[in-house]
Design a protein around this ligand. Sequence first.
Ligand code: DGL
Length: 259
Amino acid sequence: MKPETPLLFFDSGVGGLSVLGPTRALLPTAPIVYVADSAAFPYGTRSEAEIAARVPALLGRLTERFRPRIAVIACNTASTIALAYVRAALDIPVVGTVPAIKPAAEQSRTRIIGVLGTPATVRQPYVDDLAARFAADCTVLRHGSAELVELAERKLAGEAIDSADIDAAVAPLTGQGMDVVVLACTHFPLLSKELAAALPGVAQVDGGPGIARRIAHLTAGQPWPVQPPPGIAVFTGEGPAPAVAAALTDFGIGDLRNI
Ligand code: DGL
């Protein structure tokens, strides 16, 4: 293992930054390759078959190209559908992002929790399984919103977000006694403030910090560079808006590429 061997983060768009952020806080000099599958964005309205075919193949090519030490699927949609296929296809550790139902159930007092993800994520058997294992005594309200994914991308691209759009997107979760909501899409922590205003008194839980700890654990004892090398962002389709490119520099990413 060389110090310059990167961590590879993968999402359909900018959502994976909510996983990259806490990871950089723990591993500040880790070399980063951030991949946004912008050619197929958004994932949340695609079929299981499309995601299951596309994600392992793409990650296989990216892994050959960048030789990362770990691949992080920083996307709930891709992880809940394709994690097992990606693990079978790659010969490096693969860390997935799946809805943080366990910590949400641990902290709920009303025993009513929400799972706010993409339409594809909230219908996955993977989520049924997490709810049965970790929240059997809770009512688990599920809601899929493709609109919030778009709003998160637009916010990062520098556009103003109308609070009425956020209110409308989460309306199906309100008025039912929910006290904790799982942000089960990596785009949604980027709207944390807006969601807090739309869901007052509801605690938000997301997987980012736990995944960062998992990555630190899996790489314990491995060498890292003394100074962080410039991070690389790869876009499979359209490149980033100028404001997104500027936001990427806050994550140490200045080398933007298309494949
Ligand atoms: N950020 C992704 C997730 O965690 C998917 C967003 C999308 O492309 O629909 O589910």
